[in-house]
Design a protein around this ligand. Structure first.
Ligand SMILES: [Zn+2]
Length: 257
């Protein structure tokens, strides 16, 4: 299994996450030992799944007209259950920046000034004090901006961390806020959300791609996310999963692209 994963180079996103995890700024943060359930399991060096349930062969790249920039809370970088990496694996243009309150991500802040992009911060519209920034109609917001690449900025952390990131980051305060309105119920089982309507990062990505009209990229990510969930379910049962519909879909897609 490990040999298989080594044949496939890591996505640029994943390489950057690992660089952040090893970087000196990471160590300025008080390090809590990673004692979550399952932290002792041997994991694939590629996909970080429990070793016997590696999903590397299903990792499938595609493209999208939109880009994702992930602001990742520093405590998130070592968590194998993070689903932002599924977006990074699927869309090679995805970028990731570490979020720490005391050291703003300079590269990210520079990128916000780049005229080639039209960035949106993805966040619920449930508080009154920033309603003037809320985008009600995405196609309308894209009008006359079609020459720019739409960018979805994702705040990646626990729900509490994401709120903090949204509130405490000066450089986010001018950006249009794009809420994800969806009837989807989360199918992510690795962390318990406060409500079924709280989607994980990969699910938010699927919804945004659909909203942006990028059906194909949405489908690739949807199937890859399904395979990720199936891998964890199989690991819990300690029984290899049969080739699922989502797995077959991705293999066929790889063949035809
Ligand atoms: Zn793997």
């Amino acid at each position: 299994m490990a040999a298989e994963s080594l044949r496939k180079p890591l996505s640029a996103f994943e390489q950057e996450v690992r660089r952040i995890a090893e970087s000196p700024e990471r160590f300025q943060h008080p390090r809590r030992p990673f004692t979550a359930r399952g932290s002792f399991i041997r994991r694939c060096s590629g996909c970080r799944m429990p070793e016997d349930f590696c999903i590397c062969r299903f990792r499938t790249e595609t493209r999208s007209d939109a880009e994702f920039w992930v602001l990742m809370h520093i405590e998130e970088v070592n968590k194998p259950t993070n689903t932002a990496r599924l977006i990074g694996d699927t869309l090679p243009s995805t970028r990731v920046f570490p979020w720490q309150r005391m050291s703003p991500p300079q590269a990210f802040i520079e990128l916000l000034k780049d005229e080639r992009y039209q960035p949106f911060i993805i966040f619920p519209d449930d508080q009154p004090d920033y309603q003037d920034r809320v985008v009600q109609d995405y196609p309308q917001a894209r009008k006359n901006q079609e020459h720019k690449i739409p960018v979805f900025i994702l705040l990646d952390g626990t729900w509490r961390q994401a709120r903090k990131m949204f509130r405490q980051s000066e450089y986010l305060q001018e950006l249009p806020v794009l809420p994800v309105r969806s009837n989807r119920k989360t199918s992510y089982q690795l962390r318990k959300p406060a409500s079924e309507a709280h989607l994980c990062t990969a699910e938010v990505g699927i919804e945004l791609l659909e909203m942006a009209g990028d059906k194909e990229a949405a489908q690739v990510l949807e199937n890859y996310f399904a395979v990720f969930n199936q891998g964890y379910a199989a690991a819990r049962r300690q029984k290899q999963a049969d080739l699922s519909e989502a797995m077959q879909w991705l293999l066929d897609y790889q063949q035809s692209n």
